[in-house]
Unconditional design. Structure first.
Length: 292
């Protein structure tokens, strides 16, 4: 990678790691549904403005079913699940759970798509499962069994990301990466609007709450997509996937710095096991211990 690509990689990881911080800050006032409706709605408008500048065509009329599927699986549903979990779970734990998406992708590929289960993938899935067990077990021991729904939501969100990735791969070339982001944001907004009418803003948000949701929408969603697509263009999808390893690092860092979240042995060991599992299942570690 060039120095510019490495800079973009770390910047993207820092931005996406901060998304869990902003959710933790703003969800008490907005509530999960209102927060995510504002997130995808503002992001959709931002990407529309970018599309106008770049003269990008969306072709929503012909591809609305595809954008609807991506909008639900890759935005509306996982964002909503993480926002629900953010009401009680620390941002650091959410960032690490988010990193399990490649593990779910490997499991789905084996069970559903009949992808051969290699020794590396099996070992990776085992490491990932062990890491999740360490993290979840310790956090439930500290917080109590009442947190089970939040933990379940935090694990279902990356599962949804994995399903979205598989769906996208099943429709290659149907839309550009930018169109995927732009179209899915509008569809996610339309899907969430009826829920928003049933679950409006919980409390009157203050300036800090609005700042957090604006940063979440514009920087962590709209701008992050643009940065990610540039990274894929420069270094390819496999190397861009390495951002998955860095997001938990920044998620834990931001949680500790700004929310005073404790970083215990369970966070470090569980996170290390999950990242090792991701490396093995994604093929980023070769048979001789070299990165692929």
């Amino acid at each position: 990678m060039t120095a510019a690509s490495i800079t973009r990689l770390f910047l993207l990881a820092a931005i996406w790691g901060a998304s869990f911080l902003f959710m933790r800050v703003s969800v008490p006032a907005f509530g999960p549904v209102a927060l995510i409706t504002f997130r995808v709605g503002i992001a959709a408008v931002f990407l529309w403005l970018v599309a106008r500048v770049l003269k990008q065509s969306l072709e929503m009329g012909r591809k609305w079913k595809y954008f609807l599927s991506i909008g639900v699986l890759n935005s509306a549903l996982p964002f909503l699940l993480f926002a629900y979990a953010a009401q009680s779970l620390p941002a650091s734990l959410l960032a690490i759970l988010n990193a399990t998406s490649p593990l779910f992708g490997a499991a789905i590929g084996t069970l559903w798509l009949s992808v051969p289960l290699t020794g590396a993938v099996a070992l990776g899935l085992g490491c990932g499962l062990a890491g999740v067990s360490v993290l979840v077990g310790q956090n439930l021991a500290l917080a109590g069994s009442a947190e089970w729904p939040a933990v379940a939501a935090g694990l279902l969100a990356p599962l949804s990301y994995s399903l979205a990735s598989i769906y996208t791969k099943a429709h290659p070339g149907l839309a550009t990466p930018f169109a995927n982001a732009h179209g899915s944001m509008w569809m996610a907004t339309l899907v969430l609007l009826p829920l928003f009418l049933l679950a409006p803003v919980r409390h009157a948000p203050d300036g800090g709450d609005w700042a957090a949701v604006s940063l979440l929408a514009i920087v962590c969603t709209g701008a992050a997509y643009l940065l990610y697509f540039r990274l894929i263009e420069d270094v390819g999808p496999t190397r861009a996937l390495s951002v998955t390893f860095l997001i938990p690092v920044f998620g834990v860092l931001w949680g500790a710095l700004f929310l005073d979240e404790a970083v215990g042995w369970h966070t470090l060991i569980g996170g290390a096991l999950i990242l090792t599992g991701i490396a093995l299942t994604a093929g980023l570690v070769g048979p001789r211990g070299q990165t692929a």
